[in-house]
Write a protein that binds this ligand. Sequence first.
Ligand SMILES: C[C@@]1(CC(=O)O)C2=NC(=C\c3[nH]c(c(CCC(=O)O)c3CC(=O)O)Cc3[nH]c(c(CC(=O)O)c3CCC(=O)O)/C=C3\N/C(=C\2)[C@@H](CCC(=O)O)[C@]3(C)CC(=O)O)/[C@H]1CCC(=O)O
Ligand SMILES: NC(=O)c1ccc[n+]([C@@H]2O[C@H](COP(=O)([O-])OP(=O)(O)OC[C@H]3O[C@@H](n4cnc5c(N)ncnc54)[C@H](O)[C@@H]3O)[C@@H](O)[C@H]2O)c1
Length: 218
Amino acid sequence: MYPINLILDDKECLILGGGAVAAQKVQGLLDAGAAVTVLSPSLCPPLQERADRGDITWLKKLYEEGDESPFYLIICASNDSETNSACAAAALSQHKLVNVCDAPQESNWTTPSVVRRGDILCSISSNGKSPAFTRWMRHHLEQEITPDWSRCLDRLAVIRQEVRSQIPSGKDRQVFWRSSLTDELMEQALGGQMAEAEQVLWQKLAFWLIGKGGPHAS
Ligand SMILES: C[C@@]1(CC(=O)O)C2=NC(=C\c3[nH]c(c(CCC(=O)O)c3CC(=O)O)Cc3[nH]c(c(CC(=O)O)c3CCC(=O)O)/C=C3\N/C(=C\2)[C@@H](CCC(=O)O)[C@]3(C)CC(=O)O)/[C@H]1CCC(=O)O
Ligand SMILES: NC(=O)c1ccc[n+]([C@@H]2O[C@H](COP(=O)([O-])OP(=O)(O)OC[C@H]3O[C@@H](n4cnc5c(N)ncnc54)[C@H](O)[C@@H]3O)[C@@H](O)[C@H]2O)c1
C-alpha cells in the first residue's frame, strides 16, 4: 500500500448501497468536499436526512451496468456482494478509483480511519487485518492530537513564510527547521504556552540570521 491524499473537492463520487456502512463512507467523502451520489433502492435514516437536506443526490434504484460511468470514485457498499463485485469490475475496467467495502482484494484503494484537526489529517490503516484495532488507534490518537496541534500548525505556516523570505537556501531552511523544532519547543507550544514558544522560534530565526550574516547572505 502507498498512502496518497486525494483532492476530491467537488468531484463526483458514487456510493452503492444506502445502509450504515454507506453512511459512514458518505460522511468521509463529504468531509473531503466531494459531490456525493448514493445509488440504492432504500436509505437508512441518517442518509435519508442528508438526501432531504440536499447534501447528497439519491438515485433510487438497483445498480445496473453503466451507472458507474459518470463518476470519478466509486465505493461499493451494498449488502449484495455480487452486485458490489459487478460494479467494481465495470469501474476498474474504466480505470476508476474503486473501493469494495467487503472485498479489499477487488479494490484499488481501501478506506483508512481518520483524525482531522483543521488542516492536520492523520490516516490509519491495518492493511485490512483488523478494522477494530484501527478504530482503537483512532480513539487513541484523538486523545493525543488536540485542537492545539492545529492552532500550532497555523502559526508555523505563518512563520514558515517568513523563514522562506529570510533564508534563501532550501538546504539552510531544512537545517534551521530541523534544529529549531525541538521536543522542548513543541512541548512548550502544546503545553499551553504557544505564544512564548513562538517568541523562542522568532529568536532562533534572528540568531540564525546574525550567524549567517543577515537576510539573503550567501
Ligand atoms: C477504518 C474504517 C473506515 C470506514 O469504514 O469508514 C474501516 N472499517 C471500519 C470499522 C469496522 N469495520 C468492520 C468492523 C467490525 C470488526 C471486524 O469485522 O473486524 C469495524 C469496527 C467497528 O465498526 O467497530 C467490519 C469489516 N471491515 C471490513 C470488512 C471486510 C473484510 O475484512 O474483508 C469487515 C467485515 C464485514 C462483515 O463481517 O460483514 C473491511 C474494511 N474496513 C476498512 C475500513 C478497510 C480496512 C481498514 C484497515 O486497514 O484497518 C476495509 C478493508 C475495506 C474498506 O472499507 O476500505 C472503519 C473504522 C472507523 C473508525 O475509525 O471508527
Ligand atoms: N468496510 C467496513 O467497514 C464494513 C463494516 C461492516 C460491514 N461491511 C460490509 O458492508 C456491507 C453493507 O453493510 P450495511 O450494514 O451498510 O448493510 P445494510 O443492509 O444496512 O445496507 C445495505 C444497502 O444496500 C442496498 N442494496 C442492496 N442491493 C443493492 C443493489 N443491487 N444496488 C444498490 N443498492 C443495493 C440496500 O438497499 C441497503 O440500502 C455488508 O456487505 C457488510 O459485509 C463493511
